[in-house]
Ligand binder design. Sequence first.
Ligand SMILES: *[C@@H]1O[C@H](CO)[C@@H](O)[C@H](O)[C@H]1NC(C)=O
Ligand SMILES: *[C@@H]1O[C@H](CO)[C@@H](O)[C@H](O)[C@H]1NC(C)=O
Ligand SMILES: *[C@@H]1O[C@H](CO)[C@@H](O)[C@H](O)[C@H]1NC(C)=O
Length: 135
Amino acid sequence: MNRLFLLNVLFCIAYEIPAQRIVQPRLSVTAQLGEPVTLECSVVSTRQIIQAWFKQVIGQPPMRILKDDGQAEHTFYEFGNKSRFQIEKNESSFNLRILKMESSDMAVYYCAALRGSHVLFGNGTALLFKGKLKG
Ligand SMILES: *[C@@H]1O[C@H](CO)[C@@H](O)[C@H](O)[C@H]1NC(C)=O
Ligand SMILES: *[C@@H]1O[C@H](CO)[C@@H](O)[C@H](O)[C@H]1NC(C)=O
Ligand SMILES: *[C@@H]1O[C@H](CO)[C@@H](O)[C@H](O)[C@H]1NC(C)=O
């Protein structure tokens, strides 16, 4: 084993899930308060990976909302009101659905793939709301 071989191996590990494979097709989505909204993401990978959604409010660090280990019903919710979030997933999609949009949901949402110590993010989708704030 020489150094070049090791570098090559490291390169392959790092690029196993190319970032462009995490596709968030919309840069922004606008929804009405109180209405459901779906944030789309597709992750194409031949290997089993952990998929996750992060939420970032401007001026705050990103928070992981949930992660999914790829098993049938294994979504672990970590942040926020669980009963308002749902995952719609199949072999190619990993969509985050917010059942009832609230003004505090306004943020940028990142779809991510985790493998070992690597975290790869999609380009993010900004969730905006239309209409007046209540009260
Ligand atoms: C992410 O954004 C960059 C810059 O706009 C674009 O070139 C790239 O295609 C986007 N990636 C995906 C997966 O949509
Ligand atoms: C969580 O959201 C559900 C549905 O919108 C709501 O009925 C419930 O009161 C919320 N719980 C908390 C702790 O905010
Ligand atoms: C996966 O779900 C997405 C969104 O619900 C849908 O558009 C797509 O056709 C589905 N793909 C498969 C392979 O079922």
